[in-house]
Design a protein around this ligand. Sequence first.
Ligand code: PHE
Length: 446
Amino acid sequence: MAAPRGEFSSRFGFLMAASGSAVGLGNIWGFPTNAASNGGAAFLIAYLILAFALAYPALMAELIIGRYARSNAVTALRKISAGERSRAAAMLVGFIGIITVSLILSFYAIVSGWMIAFFFDPLARIINFDSASRWLTTDAVLRNSIFVVLFMLVTVIIIRAGVKDGIEKWASRLMPSLIIILILLIIYVLTLPGAMEGLRAYLVPDFSRIVEPALVVDAMGQAFFSLSLGVGTMLIYGSYISKEENLPTIGGLVALLDIGIAVLAGLLILPAMYVALANGVEIFDAEGGLIAGPGLIVSVLPALFNTMGSIGVFVALAFFLLMTIASLTSSISMLEVPVAYGVEHHGLERKNAAIIVGSIITIISLIVVFYFDPLFDMVVTFTTEVSQPLLGFSFCIFVAWIWRRNDILQEIKQGSPEAENGLFWKVWPFYVKYICPLAILVVYFQ
Ligand code: PHE
């Protein structure tokens, strides 16, 4: 007999959990660097348009299916499919989503492990433990493996505790801390010489770039990754929302929080890079673009913190704490997807499912650590550029072409009885039916 399903106890709890899933390395690292290398505010504008016009409708599709079916992605997609063939497709899409999100977690855990190592580095330096500091900041298989295991352990512990006592409790503590740390860091960095130059690079648009296909493709990929779409994360979080909640409103709030925090992060990262430049740190790569890859986080910013004198240690601590929190509230949402499937489909106990699935993903992650060079880029590209857009496409197809329209309306009306006459119901069905799948395909084949 399966245990009763979890449910978020409040709107705030859901908002923190879902925005915690959405806000991650993608916002704080990916968005600002993407913006910087794609014409500054031109990217920002393209991103805002795509996020609201395409990603938000896709987010709503997942939340609505989840809350209607009150189950994991595989079961939920089957439940909204009537025919034999669509049920088989449902099984396939749900399953690929589970595999994809597990693979995303396997590379995410490696990067998150770096963030923890760099968080411990200033602590080691405060107590003058120089050899530890060197070990923590030098890329090595042993260091990476230890921190992958540590990060996955914390993720598993939170997921073991369940929806209310694990996900909701921790997201409600961590997300407000993240916002406070982010704002404090922005205020501090903006007072430093060079910061205004960075603001200019971020906020002055180069409109000649806005029509470039590469910019639009990047902005769309960024929006989908950032809102955790296509892989069943938002679906499973949606399945824990109370039937009294107004779905279009809370989905909108999640999108707003996610986009807002990405935009805020740009106010930190780009000014910080130009402050680093003013302090003599190299911030451009060989081609003359801004350094955006791992080098930004593990060498440019630490070099900046080193030039800040004694306060630099605390700025470094705050920054890597911010990155660790952002990672953790995302990783728990990823692990929840296969765990919920294991519990609901295979009758596993949650605690055991968390340990089994967590261990499997840790092993995959360690394999990627050992064979980093070919594997890391391969896993990232396959999951985020191939699998995620195709899954996003499939979710739209399921909602708009396979699921009965009346069932959708009845579901939305729970918690929002007036929905039938509202703007959302006038626009959204058309969007998920035609615009979203078409746009995803166009961008995909670019
Ligand atoms: N949205 C997260 C980020 O921006 C990543 C993520 C992708 C989380 C897919 C869950 C599922 O970093």
